[in-house]
Each structure stands twice: as C-alpha cells, then as structure tokens.
Design a protein around this ligand. Structure first.
Ligand SMILES: Nc1ncnc2c1ncn2[C@@H]1O[C@H](COP(=O)(O)OP(=O)(O)OP(=O)(O)O)[C@@H](O)[C@H]1O
Ligand SMILES: Cc1ncc(COP(=O)(O)O)c(N)n1
Length: 262
C-alpha cells in the first residue's frame, strides 16, 4: 500500500484542507494519513474562525506516524504560524523525509488569513528547501517574489526566482489567470507548461489543496515530478468538471475515483 501524509488545517465544510487532501489520496488509490495544524470554522461562504493547535501536539502527531509507519510522500498545507513551521521542519529533517510537496497556503479564497504574515519568511526559509515541489498560486507567487504576475512569461520568471529559495521544483499555478488554466513547472533547468481549458464554474473551493495532494500521491507512487504534475492536472480537471453547488457560496470540487483513470 502507498502511504501519503498531509500536514494541514481542517476545513469544517470538507472542501479544502485536510478533508480535500484525504479525499484526493483515497481517490488516487493511496492510503491517507493526517496531522492537523489548525482547526478552521468555515463553510462555502468563507472562514469565520481559526484555532491553531499547540506545536507540541503537532510534533507528537508527526512523531506517532514516523516512528511507526514508512511514509511515501508528505503534503504540507496550512501551517499558520512560525512555531508550527519550526516544529514541522525540525521533525521532517530528523526523519529525512523525501517527496515533500509544500503548498504555501497564505489566505483563503474568501480572504481570511491562514498564515500569519510574519510567518511567511519562516515558511520560505524552513520548508521550501525541504520540498521536492512547491505550488504557489499567482497571488502567493507575487507575495514571494514581490512582482506582479499576469502572463506566462511572468509566471516563468517567478518560478525561476522561487526555485532559488531551495525547492527542487516549482509549479506556479494559473487557476486565477485570465483565459486557459495554465500551470508552469520549473525544475531548475527547464520549463514545462500544463494547459487546460478553463472549466466554467464558480465552484472551485479546494482546488489548490487537491492539486498539491494529488502531486504528493503520484510522487508516492514513484512517478517522476513531470508525470506527477501531469497526473495531478488531469485529476484536478476531472474534479473541477464535477464540482457542485453546496450551501450558498463557493461549492467544492468533487473527488470520485471513477472520474480518474488509474
Ligand atoms: N476554472 C478552472 N478550470 C480549470 N482548471 C482550474 C480552474 N481553476 C483552477 N484550476 C487549476 O486548479 C489547480 C489549482 O490552481 P489555483 O490557481 O486555483 O490554486 P489555488 O488558488 O491555490 O486554489 P484555491 O482556489 O483552492 O486556493 C491548478 O492546476 C489550476 O490550473
Ligand atoms: C484549512 C484550509 N486550508 C486551505 C484552504 C485554502 O483553500 P481555498 O483557497 O479554496 O479557500 C482553506 N480554505 N482551508
């Protein structure tokens, strides 16, 4: 059995965070495990509250897994503050964990802070160098590079700049571009573009979480990075194509193994 761990926040409405990650792992035929960093109260209209967990219990959750189970890949999502980041980095380093995918979650789609702004530097300095792949969206890439990004050449430039921060590969996601949804992968030497038509739906809650978890699941299965990103792109397309309305706001994408050709 292929085993994948997510270290992230809980989304009570089930569309993003830990819940999206575990659904993705299952849909892709892997065994999912979770370490919760924070609990959010949220629904399709947005996040109303966040409580981060004590770094000690986060460390203990990770240790409980690593001391007992061989983990094939790790996805890191919402990490909220600097002490949580310190704990995660320390323990991942100690166990020499490979196949780490870092989704630098900063703000929810609805605009709620999921990473304290003063923790951005720690996220970049401590977690990016451990990552096989980091997956910023356009806005996160802008925050990290300090440059405005709205075109493919600007995405390539941002991917190059971000790769200097230590991750082996960078995917700048184009979900928020005008026109097609194009993602740019940079491996330190060359670029690859992953194109897809934009699916016309307002229901895209959890796309970023799902995409990074799918990359982790494919890396865990032994796919090279390009193949893992291609597989994740195919998976996210199917999940967005089957997104559905839920509640009164932005509904979730749909994880269902039959949509994905294993
Ligand atoms: N409407 C869409 N149609 C097709 N693909 C999309 C669409 N929206 C996002 N994607 C794809 O979904 C993945 C996630 O990208 P996105 O830029 O939305 O990440 P994100 O902003 O981190 O996600 P979230 O909205 O969950 O925060 C990428 O592969 C992107 O190309
Ligand atoms: C716990 C958690 N993690 C991540 C996101 C980002 O997802 P989105 O940008 O779709 O709101 C979220 N809303 N909640």
């Amino acid at each position: 059995m292929i085993k994948v761990l997510t270290i992230a926040g809980s989304d009570s409405s089930g569309g993003a965070g830990i819940q999206a990650d575990l659904k993705t792992f299952s849909a892709l035929g892997t065994y999912g495990m979770s370490v919760i960093t924070a609990v959010t109260a949220q629904n399709t209209r947005g996040v109303s509250s966040v409580r981060e967990l004590d770094p000690e219990i986060i460390r203990e959750q990770i240790s409980a897994i690593f001391e007992d189970i061989q983990v094939d890949a790790v996805k890191i999502g919402m990490v909220f503050n600097t002490t949580i980041i310190d704990s995660i980095a320390e323990i991942l380093l100690k166990h020499r964990i490979k196949n780490i995918v870092v989704d630098p979650v900063m703000v929810s789609t609805s605009g709620y802070t999921l990473l304290q702004p003063q923790a951005r530097e720690a996220l970049i300095r401590e977690l990016f160098p451990l990552a096989e792949v980091v997956t910023p969206n356009l806005w996160e890439a802008e925050v990290i590079t300090g440059e405005k990004i709205s075109t493919l050449p600007a995405m390539e430039k941002a991917a190059m700049t971000i790769s200097l921060l230590g991750s082996k590969n960078v995917v700048v996601k184009g979900g928020h571009l005008e026109g097609d949804a194009v993602d740019v992968l940079y491996n330190g030497k060359s670029f690859r573009h992953f194109f897809s038509d934009r699916v016309s739906t307002p229901h895209t809650h959890g796309t970023g979480c799902t995409f990074s978890s799918a990359i982790a699941a494919f890396l865990a299965k032994g796919c090279p990075v390009e193949e893992a990103v291609a597989g994740a792109k195919e998976y996210i397309n199917g999940a967005i194509a089957h997104a559905f309305p839920l509640g009164q706001g932005v509904g979730p994408i749909h994880h269902f193994y039959q949509f994905y050709k294993a």
